[in-house]
Design a protein around this ligand. Sequence first.
Ligand SMILES: [Zn+2]
Ligand SMILES: [Zn+2]
Length: 138
Amino acid sequence: MLLPNTHVPGTRTPPTRMTAARYLKLRRKAAGLTRYDLARRLSMTPGALINLRRAWVVLGQLELPNATAKHPALIDAIAEFIPLDVAIYHQLANDPVDRHPTVCLACGCSAEDPCTGASGICTLERGTCTRCQSGAAQ
Ligand SMILES: [Zn+2]
Ligand SMILES: [Zn+2]
């Protein structure tokens, strides 16, 4: 068996930078919801300010690269249905990159919303979490 000594520094392309839009999309997927599923839930909450058609359109806009929410209340509402940390969303949307929170680049989990599974709670190492590194999140 070969020793795992084949890593050459600098040959791997750096992971993509996390954005608010990407974070939202990854968290929706982590919840197992399609954009339509989430739009439906948003439009069906008591006192919902948004109808299904509008919710679907707005969610699509929010998931466009570099999009950020213009109405914080919408992110609050979304966070009721998916494991999205509102503070992290706004940090990614508004803060300079060097102050961004640590979020898994593959699934969007964080210390506040870790993945849970048979092997317990994930931890973040070098950009992605232990669950994504083990391939369990595919
Ligand atoms: Zn992950
Ligand atoms: Zn994780």
